[in-house]
Design a protein around this ligand. Structure first.
Ligand code: CP
Ligand code: NVA
Length: 322
């Protein structure tokens, strides 16, 4: 089905492999339509007369802009609710906020600090909740990333991605997505930041079914061997600012560079990916701004992934069961 119906999307683990592929396919169709004529005839009224609340407890450029623009493309009204706009956290609980907001809108897109907050939100919300980033998952980014990869590798099954950097939210959903899509992933993180075993297990369970492998190492050179794509993210995620000096030391040797790719023996035509925002430490300018770099296409593709996700997860009319 082109629409999954009224469901939450908190992590890539919430969807089956065919559903994930369907999201990527929808994103591709949205991109083609928007690039051609700036409208999506079959989708443009999907959210007509409906409001999507965006509860963001952290900063955002891509997720905010892509979600607001996606809702506009689908004929709906995006309502941005930043930390300083609503009573949440100061005068009102998450439970009460969730009950009130979800009684008036068709979908809640939420960026939270702790994943348990979005789980609580989803349990108390009357409408679908979409995770716009928590400390453990970033499903909108993973849909975007696999879509971006398919633009370079139309059949990505069997290719290898090397992740060189932090064990974080972006990586965890990417790992599950790689497992679901049959993509091999080799993850190099500093030994003080291993991938949590339960998250690794989710990715490996998916990879077992698709026949791909999810490996971990603490040596960047090992991870990049034969890689078609090298991906990373900031070493200092939002909320970790006070740990910056320590982290920069702990990640010594993890900067993505042409030299690292050469030393480790990456595929000659390797590409670079980063969800952004980028800080200078994790990747050299000569890679970040090179023709290998997919980062700005990846950013643009957030729009199409947001459209795909809203179309698939938000009910056509009414609320749950409506
Ligand atoms: N990649 C990403 O989620 O960026 P923002 O934090 O700017 O939304
Ligand atoms: N890992 C980063 C991703 C930002 C999109 C963070 O959590 O800040």
């Amino acid at each position: 089905p082109s629409r999954f119906g009224p469901r939450h999307f908190l992590s890539v683990d919430d969807v089956t492999s065919p559903e994930f592929e369907h999201l990527v396919d929808l994103a591709k169709k949205a991109k083609r339509a928007i690039r051609a004529g700036q409208t999506i005839p079959s989708l443009k009224d999907t959210l007509a007369g409906r409001t999507v609340a965006m509860m963001f407890s952290k900063r955002s450029t891509r997720t905010r802009v892509s979600t607001e623009a996606a809702v506009a493309h689908l004929g709906g009204h995006p309502m941005f609710l930043g930390m300083d706009d609503i009573q949440l956290g100061v005068n009102e609980s998450l439970l009460d906020t969730s009950k009130v907001i979800s009684s008036m809108v068709s979908c809640v897109v939420a960026r939270v600090a702790c994943h348990s907050d979005i789980v609580q939100l989803s349990k108390t919300s009357a409408v679908p909740v979409i995770n716009a980033l928590s400390d453990t998952f970033h499903p909108l980014q993973a849909v975007t990333d696999i879509f971006t990869i398919t633009e370079c590798f139309p059949d990505p099954k069997g290719i290898k991605i090397a992740w060189v950097g932090d064990a974080n939210n972006v990586l965890y959903d990417l790992a599950i997505a790689c497992g679901k899509c049959g993509i091999n992933l080799s993850i190099a993180t500093p030994s003080v930041y291993p991938v949590p075993p339960d998250t690794l297990q989710l990715a490996r369970n998916a990879a077992y079914l698709s026949g791909s492998s999810i490996e971990t190492t603490h040596e960047p050179e090992t991870a990049v061997k034969g890689a078609h794509i090298i991906a990373t993210d900031t070493w200092v995620s939002m909320g970790q600012e006070s740990e910056k000096a320590l982290r920069l030391k702990q990640f010594s040797g993890f900067q993505v560079s042409s030299n690292l790719a050469k030393r480790g023996g990456a595929n000659g035509d390797w590409k670079f990916m980063h969800c952004l925002p980028r800080k200078p430490e994790e990747v050299t300018d000569e890679v970040f701004y090179s023709p290998r770099s997919l980062v700005f296409t990846e950013a643009e593709n957030r729009l199409y992934a947001a459209i795909a996700t809203l179309v698939a997860f938000v009910v056509k009319r009414g609320k749950f069961g409506g």
